[in-house]
Design a protein around this ligand. Structure first.
Ligand SMILES: NC(=O)CCC(=O)C(=O)O
Length: 265
């Protein structure tokens, strides 16, 4: 991938249980982001439905068909990669929370369904967990994809960095009162894995739950390159992946690991 990589984060509010409105808004914002010049557009978690869980099976995207059609067409039209946050999608009887990754031709080059379901928001009552990790190649760069609560499981991001990922993407719907957790977990994942962390969190309210935005881009040294506020907007940032090997050779944690010690006998 040509350096630096230009990334656009779509920090959106999401209409509860209204996929038609949300697809229209996402398409409009993708058009705007693409016209400003970008290599990769990132959306938040479950941007098609939000947490409208009572009727989620009725409104979820059937086999991701609409996501593939609408977002794939926009990726192809603008020759841009799109990490389409995640959408509620239904396969057979089961509803998942799935990231679709589109390359510049509009083809799906990666799919990842959230592997850790968040009980505080009742996900485990309505959704099925995925059972694969999300490691993909995009423009010849190895990247990883996790979703929101997955951030609390360092093993998952470690698996991605061990398998070569240089960036991990985190679409989210992470609300108050856990802004502190959100910020520190991302900084920790970046430093301990010597990788970029790029997150896109929604804003707005759903009932009593208030989502704070604060999408972040953190470099492998733990420096915050971008932290947004709690309002809607498209945020552009550039990252230079050349620093990943540099930092990994300066402090060679991957060579110094002692995996034989990390299993209880
Ligand atoms: N949508 C989510 O997974 C929310 C996770 C969250 O808020 C947390 O504290 O973890």
């Amino acid at each position: 991938m040509k350096q630096p990589v230009r990334i656009a984060l779509l920090q959106m509010d999401i209409a509860l249980g209204d996929p038609t409105a949300n697809f229209a808004k996402a398409a409009d914002w993708i058009e705007q982001a693409a016209q400003s010049g970008t290599d990769l557009i990132v959306l938040p978690e479950m941007w098609n439905t939000a947490y409208s869980l009572d009727n989620i099976r009725e409104i979820a995207d059937q086999n991701g068909a609409k996501t593939r059609e609408v977002i794939g067409a926009l990726a192809a039209k603008h020759g841009v990669n799109i990490l389409a946050g995640s959408v509620a999608d239904v396969r057979g009887e089961a509803v998942y929370n799935t990231t679709y990754l589109f390359d510049r031709t509009g083809a799906v080059c990666g799919e990842y369904s959230k592997t850790h379901l968040f009980r505080l928001m009742d996900e485990e009552k309505y959704l099925h967990a995925g059972d694969q990790v999300g490691r993909f190649a995009l423009d010849d760069v190895q990247i990883g994809s996790i979703i929101c609560y997955d951030l609390r499981f360092p093993e998952l991001t470690r698996t991605l960095s061990l398998s070569g990922a240089q960036v991990v993407f985190v679409p989210a719907q992470w609300p108050h009162p856990r802004l502190n957790h959100w910020r520190h977990l991302q900084i920790a994942r970046a430093i301990e894995n010597q990788m970029f962390v790029v997150s896109c969190n929604r804003v707005g309210r759903a009932g009593d739950t208030e989502f704070f935005g604060h999408s972040m881009v953190i470099d492998p040294w733990g420096e915050i390159l971008l932290e947004t506020d709690d309002t809607e907007g498209i945020h552009h940032v550039q990252i230079d992946l050349g620093v990943v090997p540099e930092i990994r050779s300066r402090i060679p944690i991957f060579e110094d690991r002692r995996p034989e010690l990390y299993r209880l006998k």
